[in-house]
Write a protein that binds this ligand. Sequence first.
Ligand SMILES: Nc1nc2c(c(=O)[nH]1)N(C=O)[C@@H](CNc1ccc(C(=O)N[C@@H](CCC(=O)O)C(=O)O)cc1)CN2
Ligand SMILES: Nc1nc2c(ncn2[C@@H]2O[C@H](COP(=O)(O)OP(=O)(O)OP(=O)(O)O)[C@@H](O)[C@H]2O)c(=O)[nH]1
Ligand SMILES: [Mg+2]
Length: 481
Amino acid sequence: MSGDTIFALATPAGKSGVAVFRLSGPRAAEALQTLTGKALPTPRVAVKRRLYASTPEGQALPPLGGRVGWGAASDASIHRDAPLPTSPLKVGGEEKIPLDDALVLYFKAPASFTGEDVVELHTHGGPAIIAAVAKALTALDLRLAEPGEFTRRAFDHGKLDLVEIEGLADLIAAETEAQRRQALRQAEGELSSLYESWRGPLISALARMEAAIDFPDEDLPDGLMMLVDETMRILSDEIEAHLADNHRGEMLRDGLSVAIIGSPNVGKSSLLNRLAGREAAIVSARAGTTRDVIEVKLDLGGYPVLIADTAGLRESPDEIEQEGVKRALKRAEHADLKLIVFDGAVWPDFDATVAEQIDAEAIVVLNKAEFAVGRKTAIVERDLLLVSAKTGEGLDALVAALTDKAAKALNPGAQPALTRLRHRAALERCLGALRRGLHAPVVELKAEDLRLAVQALGRITGRVEVDDVLDLIFREFCIGK
Ligand SMILES: Nc1nc2c(c(=O)[nH]1)N(C=O)[C@@H](CNc1ccc(C(=O)N[C@@H](CCC(=O)O)C(=O)O)cc1)CN2
Ligand SMILES: Nc1nc2c(ncn2[C@@H]2O[C@H](COP(=O)(O)OP(=O)(O)OP(=O)(O)O)[C@@H](O)[C@H]2O)c(=O)[nH]1
Ligand SMILES: [Mg+2]
C-alpha cells in the first residue's frame, strides 16, 4: 500500500484562482520530472514550470476533460474545432500537450509533511485543468489518495501522533476563533506532551519494578516501592484534575448548546431570528407556531454556540404540538444552558411550569419590553433581562450575557484541554489502573496495573500498537489531507 505513490487535489474541486495537487511516495519526484520535462527543482523552493501530458506519436490525442461538464462526444469536436492555443512539443517521438503553467514544489524525503517524497503542483483552478492534471497523473500510474491517506503516512513515518492528527482535523474543521486556538495548540503537540509527560515516569517506574521482580533472590528495596507509589499517586491526582474539567474542551469542539424555552407566543422564534440575523424560524401571532427544534450556529466573541428555538410549553390537544413540547423539554434537559423567555405584554402573568425550568445557570429574559415599562421585573429572586425582539432593545445585553456564559464554560486553562471522548475513556482506564495498583496486595499485581496504565496512555497518542483505533481517526479526514 504505502509503496504506492498517491495524489489528490488538496483544494476544493470547482473553480478557483489556484488549485493545489499533492503527490506523495517514491515516484513523486519522477512524476514531476515527467510532467515538466525538466530536472527537479531545489527542494522546498517554488518554481514556475509548464506542465505537459505525454501521448505516444501517431496516436489520437486523448479526449479532454472527462467527468467535468462536457461529454466525451463533444470533447472530440471541441478538440478538432478549437485546438489549444499552444502547439504540442515534440520530444523523442512523444507529443507533449501543454496543460497549464504551474508553480511546483518538491519536498525531499524525509523533510516533508508525510515523510516521503512530496510534490505540489499549484495550477490554475479551473475544472478542465484539474481534470487534465488528474488524468496525466493517473496516466503516470499514480493513484488517487484515500481520505486521510497523506496524514496516515505522516503518522506511519512518525511525523505526527494521533492526538496531533486529531488536532489537525479539528483545526481544519474549526469555525470560530476559540476553536481554532484550541485545535492549533493540540496540532502543535501541547496535549501530546502532557500525556507523554505522564507516560514517561510510569514507564520508568514499571521498568525498575520489572527489573527488581526478575531477580527474586534479592528483596525489593522498600525505597523503590515508595518511589513507585509516590509516582502513581501524583499522576492519579493530575489525571483526575485533568478529567474534572466540566467537559470544556469537548464542548468547545461541539459548541455550547443553548435551548430557548418559554410559553407559546412569547417571542422565542423572533429572538432566535434576531440573534441569527436571518429569518431562520417562522414567526406568527398564533400561539403554537414552532413545533420542531430549530438550530442555529452562532459565533459569539469567537465561541461557538448552538442555539435552539423550541415549541412553546403548554398542554395541547394537538398531537403534533404535544410532540413539539416533548422535544422542547428534551432539548432543555440536554442543553448546556437555558435561555428562558417570558412575555412582557402579559407580565407579571407567567406559566409556573416554565418558571420551573429556571436553574442556577439559566439566562432569563422578559421579551416585548415595550409593553413592560414600569412593571416590576424580578422573578424567583433574580433579575430579568428586558429585551425586545421587535425593536432590538436589550439585544446587546443578551448577546453579552450569552458570550460571557460561553467564555466561562469553554475557556481553556493554562493546561491544554481534554478534547475527545476517546481520550477521556483512555484516561479513565489509566486512572482506574493506577488506583487499583496503589492498593495491590502483591508486587506482581502492582506491576500489571502499571503496565495497563502505561498502555492506556500510549493508546491516546498511538505510541503503541493501535491498529483498531487508527481507522476511526483517519476516516474523518477529507481526501487530500
Ligand atoms: N502548500 C502547502 N501549504 C500548507 C501545507 C502543505 O502541505 N502545502 N500544510 C500541510 O498540512 C500546512 C503546513 N504544514 C506543513 C507541515 C510540515 C511540512 C514539512 O515540510 N515538514 C518537514 C520539514 C519541517 C521543516 O523544515 O520545518 C518535516 O516535518 O520534516 C510542511 C508543511 C499548511 N499549509
Ligand atoms: N411587540 C412585540 N411583539 C413581539 C416581540 N417579539 C415577538 N413579537 C410578536 O409576538 C408574536 C409571537 O412571536 P414568535 O416569535 O412567533 O413567538 P414564539 O414564542 O416563537 O411562539 P411559538 O412558536 O408559538 O411558541 C409575533 O406576532 C411576533 O411578531 C416583541 O419584542 N415586541
Ligand atoms: Mg416559535
